[in-house]
Design a protein around this ligand. Structure first.
Ligand code: UDP
Ligand code: MG
Length: 160
């Protein structure tokens, strides 16, 4: 890829997206990953992982005072999740749009939760809510050498 094309891609951003245990158990992994791939974001981290309650609590620490927190931690640790790190301009907000509203009953059709989610406590997928949290969560869920920075060869066909 030419340096000119590389320079034109502008500032990039990273998001942590996670297919929650219900999404894995229901066989929705391929369907969900493909939505982010098709949208042109670069997959720079991917693994199946069963997390400790310590990690789940740290990930959701801002919600620790909420009444649903213990059940949320139980849910996230109840089976393997699929951890994704995604990169691209505007990926944080765009991934949240693709994911849809927290309550799947209110999520728009066409979004992952709108199409596949059942209820708030079984809403299939997580996405970082800010670029800062994207970085924080990628560092939390991935070891440094598990994140693979690469440049898709079709980038000139994705972005001008
Ligand atoms: N959650 C829940 N009950 C609630 C609100 C949230 O079980 O009343 C869970 C749900 O799995 C949600 C997660 O906690 O995805 C994090 O909540 P947040 O408000 O950050 O929603 P999100 O950013 O995932 O849309
Ligand atoms: Mg959130």
């Amino acid at each position: 890829i030419s340096p000119v094309v590389r320079a034109s891609q502008g500032p990039s951003e990273r998001s942590y997206v996670m297919i929650k245990p219900d999404g894995v158990q229901r066989g929705l992994v391929g369907e969900i990953i493909s939505r982010f791939e098709k949208k042109g974001f670069t997959l720079i981290g991917l693994k199946l992982y069963t997390c400790s309650s310590e990690l789940a609590k740290e990930h959701y620490k801002d919600l620790s005072s909420k009444p649903f927190f213990p059940k949320l931690v139980e849910y996230i640790t109840s089976g393997p999740v699929v951890c994704l790190a995604l990169k691209g301009p505007g990926v944080v907000a765009s991934a949240r749009k693709l994911i849809g509203a927290t309550n799947p009953l209110q999520a728009e059709p066409g979004t992952i939760r709108g199409d596949l989610g059942i209820e708030t406590g079984r809403n299939v997928v997580h996405g970082s809510d800010s670029p800062e949290n994207g970085e924080r969560e990628i560092a939390l869920w991935f070891k440094e050498d598990e994140v693979c920075e690469w440049e898709p060869s079709m980038m000139p066909w994705l972005r001008e």
